[in-house]
Write a protein of this length. Structure first.
Length: 256
């Protein structure tokens, strides 16, 4: 993949869930380095403040500030109101659902509250974020003289465990949530393609899912032996490169 321009994402705003640590933090840095503005959303205010200070120091942007929103995705019921109150969400052109909860115990030993939390963070909240992101996107208007300024991008971060032939004992609920997220994204992409065929002058909205290999830097990746051939590993650098490639495709796409 060719090196992308420092200003490749100038004028774009990304909302990244789970952006204060791990994969989400790496993606926040990547998008900021390419000229985009970033809003990161997670539950830990101290980590959010530290990350946003780093982004504003290392990647100042003349179009605005990188910022954050404190929200716990374990509680999706208040998410619609939170998104409605977020001006940066209404302005966002990129949504990356990266927040996730792992599992490291057998189902019979998993408390009901933990099951609910995993499903809410890994599946229900990303679905709601996609829903309201799309609603804002279809109301958008293009910038003067820029036929691609309507374009948007949704990237859902899923896992290799969503594949039928990869079964990790002790992760049954996590696996179910990631498998459902992957299938949800596939169907949502088909829905969006159907909408674009019916509305040829509307926005192009790319919808993608990345089924990542185990990332040793994450909670669930650290619990698996990295020499296990059934569980390929993925580095944050590889993830950032793939996401940048998808964004390049979406924001250079011109409808005919």
């Amino acid at each position: 993949m060719p090196t992308l321009s420092r200003s490749f994402l100038k004028g774009q705003r990304a909302v990244i869930t789970g952006g204060s640590t791990g994969i989400g933090s790496a993606l926040a840095t990547e998008i900021s380095s390419l000229g985009g503005l970033v809003t990161i959303l997670s539950r830990n205010q101290a980590r959010l403040e530290t990350k946003v200070q780093e982004l504003n120091r290392e990647f100042p942007n003349e179009e605005g500030k990188h910022d954050f929103v404190v929200y716990d995705l374990k509680n999706p019921h208040n998410l619609p109101q939170t998104l409605q109150d977020m001006q940066t969400f209404q302005e966002a052109t990129i949504l990356i659902n990266c927040a996730g909860l792992s599992q490291a115990r057998l189902l019979m030993n998993t408390p009901l509250t933990e099951i609910q939390d995993i499903v809410n963070v890994n599946l229900v909240s990303p679905i709601l974020l996609c829903k309201f992101f799309l609603k804002h996107a279809v109301r958008s208007r293009p910038s003067l003289g820029n036929s691609t300024s309507l374009n948007r991008s949704i990237i859902n971060i899923s896992s290799v465990v969503s594949q039928d032939d990869i079964n990790l004992p002790g992760s049954s609920v996590y696996t179910a949530s990631k498998g459902a997220l992957t299938r949800f994204t596939h169907v949502l992409r088909e829905e969006q393609q159907l909408i674009e065929k019916r509305r040829p002058t509307g926005p192009h909205i790319g919808v993608h899912v990345l089924n990542l290999g185990l990332v040793p830097e994450t909670a669930i990746g650290s619990t698996v032996k990295h020499d296990n051939p059934l569980f390929p590993t993925t580095s944050p650098t590889e993830i950032c490169s793939r996401v940048a490639q998808l964004l390049q495709e979406d924001f250079s796409y011109r409808r005919t």
